[in-house]
Design a protein around this ligand. Sequence first.
Ligand SMILES: [Zn+2]
Length: 375
Amino acid sequence: MKITRSSKTSLKSATAEKLKILNEIFHEYARVVNFFIAYFWEHPEIKSENQIKAEIYSLADDSWFTARMRQCAAREALSMVTGAKNIEKRKNSIELELEELLGEEIFGEPVKPVHKGKKMTLSSQVVRVEKGRNSFDLWLVLSSVGKEMKLYIPLKKHRQFIRWEKLGKTASSVVIHREYVQISFEIETGEKKEEGKIIGIDAGINHLMTTSEREFIGNDIKHLISKIKRKRQGSEAYKRAKKELSYYIHKTVKDLFADNNLRLVVTEKLKNLKLNTKEKSKTKEFRKTLSNWNYRELLRIIQMRCEENRVFFRSVSPFKTSQRCPRCTHTQRENRRGEEFECLKCGYAEQADYVGSLNILHRFLTGRYGAGFKT
Ligand SMILES: [Zn+2]
């Protein structure tokens, strides 16, 4: 399986002089992209990159850019135009929900996009990443931008970059932003594993993850979240605390994969915030769970780790997974009281998050797609 990972690295090691040249490139890039946007807007028959032939990108021949650079600009313009015209895709879930409620479209005609010179998506035709010899780890080399122009910008390698570099080959594409550079890697992971543990994971605030193997992992999560809540939103201390939480989640998930030979991980899908707040009686329970933002971040990290480790990742509906008895299947809200689960029918008693993880795994294995994983 092929996966893509990207890594951001700051441009702050670049000298003012180099940034000035980069600024000029940005300026011209935006101008040329906007020229092509106007062109593609009038030529809807051009839909894919391979239709951008030399006769098209040579239209911008008043530019000092090379043909290769104009080609990059034309590609960016085309993707902006097709993105803007594809209204359905642009709508987010809230807008779609609103439409269903109103029974009408909430968007009118597509709006012609404008490139504001904030990022450049460059191919290996004009940019490459080279290893450095001195104090700076990497060089971003912009060649073939304009005639006789070659720009070397120093970049610092960081932890993530080194990891991707080890796993896969470098730079399939580079996106240059005003303050940082985003380098993408294509990594070949190989086929998914045929053997290994199959686990369900319940996420919560007392333990970040509770597994169906009865493991309670990440017990500092509550402390780290309350630390963020004590800080003033947007302050440096707040950002630091958020970073600390993010690092903690990454580390905890990493350890889970290092300590176990996994084949399949099942989690709950993102809980619907609206449903939870509607029913007052549930708000108390909801406070014990992770916020939607943290939960989404956790899911994203688990999924990434699964991809990198050739592990299957699935998620199931969170409906009543905390109320069902794993022994007799009796389902009742009162079965759960805080961290305690006690079945009101058969008396089965266990830690509530562990019960949740068993139900999550059970839901997947007995569902439509679970058959192939049964042991
Ligand atoms: Zn029971």
